[in-house]
Design a protein around this ligand. Structure first.
Ligand code: GLN
Length: 448
């Protein structure tokens, strides 16, 4: 009840929620009380969580931040939410996001932008902007987001939270609306590293309903909550010293490096030579996969159907024209172009090859280091409206996070300080594939 009151008081300003599930939450909370009274207490029993509106929730409308899903109420739950629910977590609502998770600022949502609770004139980051803003505004104890090119880590960094993108295949994508299937991954946004470890442990693991989820034991991540980085080898990639790096971010990184040195970590200069090509590669692969995934929204089976349509093809066209926002249309066009005959080899196939080179850069680096340290975003949170008319500028805000998705490995964003104007800045720790334990340990030591 206190939390629902908090949402009611703060959300008119923050706009983190698309849907608040107050009645369902109170019923589930009573259920949790009963479980606790019966001595069946789990670490998640009665814990209020909220989900990015990309997760299917049975009986609760799911929008993916788009008008095209108008009226859609899923008949089943995403596996990650099902796992939390079964352990007694309570859903308080569905969170705002960029439409179909395409964006870095939460401004492309059909439900208005979410504001950064640290400064309401600024973006919270995206696409899981609602997931991070809700944690910063204390509207939920933990949230889930998805990360295709930075969408968990970048908003976590901008809102002063912890955000963890697991290794591709660590968490099931079943029941998560697809943006770019070979890059999408589910992960937690939380107040601290301990909560992230608990949430990751709860959602990770093989799911027969997602053939890309990996059948590999899930460690107890809370065992990695040990503040010890003595002798840890931390890589600093040469290519990440980019000209556009904000001086406040640079300073926060230098301070973080000094802290790790004091704690006994050893720094190693490394090279990830194909970094320069990561953003271009990502925008070919992500848009190609998106153009294919989004073909299902045709006004026939569910979601928005144009009232104006004359015939079948006209109905497809009008429903899609009315239902999708500008950024989604831009990506469908880019992706369709990249996949079209005659261009497929030149763009899509080439991008896949470069992706392999980027993956090898990381694997080579991990022969000599345990984790890699970088900024999360090149700047602190920018002002709402500042980059909406400059998609290329917007795309560059994910320059440090995108390579991790292309390589399929894991990374966490941890708060590291404030900018001159008092806005949060995060650092990114990248781990080996399935090396979540080492990044949790390194993040926890820093947080302490
Ligand atoms: N900002 C990137 C994009 O727009 C990443 C988004 C994401 O991770 N979902 O594609």
């Amino acid at each position: 009840r206190a939390l629902l009151a908090r949402i009611e008081a703060t959300d008119p300003k923050v706009n983190a929620f698309i849907t608040v599930t107050a009645d369902e939450a109170l019923t589930a909370a009573q259920e949790a009380d009963k479980r606790i009274a019966a001595g069946e207490m789990d670490v998640l029993t009665g814990i209020p969580v909220a989900l990015k509106d990309i997760f299917l929730t049975r009986g609760v409308r799911t929008t993916c931040g788009s008008k095209i899903l108008a009226g859609f109420v899923p008949p089943y739950d995403a596996t990650s939410w099902e796992r939390l629910r079964e352990r007694g977590a309570v859903l308080v609502g569905k969170l705002n996001q960029d439409e179909f998770a395409m964006g870095s600022s939460c401004e492309s949502s059909a439900f208005g932008s979410t504001k950064n609770p640290w400064d309401l004139a600024c973006i919270p980051g995206g696409s899981s902007g609602g997931s991070a803003a809700a944690i910063a505004a204390r509207q939920a104890t933990a949230t889930l987001g998805t990360d295709t090119g930075g969408s968990i880590r970048q908003p976590a960094s901008h809102c002063g939270c912890v955000g963890l993108k697991p290794t591709y295949g660590r968490v099931s994508r079943y029941g998560v609306i697809a943006y770019a299937s070979s890059l999408d991954q589910v992960g937690p946004v939380t107040r601290d590293v301990r909560d992230a470890a608990i949430m990751l442990g709860a959602v990770a693991g093989h799911d027969p309903k997602d053939s890309t989820s990996v059948d590999r034991p899930v460690p107890d991540y809370t065992r990695s909550l040990v503040p010890d980085v003595k002798g840890l080898k931390v890589g600093l990639p040469r290519e990440y010293h980019i000209p556009g790096l904000d001086p406040d971010v640079k300073q926060a990184m230098d301070a973080a490096i000094a802290t790790y040195r004091q704690l006994g970590a050893e720094f190693v200069d490394i090279s990830l030579p194909h970094t320069d090509y990561a953003v271009a590669t990502y925008y070919l692969i992500a848009t190609a996969e998106a153009s294919s995934n989004l073909a299902r929204y045709d006004g026939v089976r569910f979601g928005h159907r144009s009232a104006e349509a004359g015939g079948l093809v006209d109905m497809y066209n009008k429903s899609r024209a009315e239902g999708f926002g500008a950024e989604v249309k831009r990506r469908i066009m880019l992706g369709t172009y990249a996949l079209s005959s005659g261009y497929y080899d030149a763009y899509y196939l080439k991008a896949q090859k470069v992706r392999t080179l980027i993956m090898h850069d990381f694997l080579k680096a991990f022969e000599t280091v345990d984790v890699i340290l970088t900024p999360v975003a090149p700047t602190p949170p920018f002002r709402i409206g500042e980059k909406v008319n400059d998609p290329l500028q917007m795309y560059l805000s994910d320059i440090f996070t995108i390579p991790v998705n292309l390589a399929g490995t894991c990374a966490v964003s941890v708060p590291t300080g404030l900018s001159q104007s008092g806005l949060p800045i995060g650092l990114q720790l990248i781990g080996r594939p399935f090396g979540e334990e080492s990044i949790i340990k390194a993040a926890y030591a820093f947080e302490q």
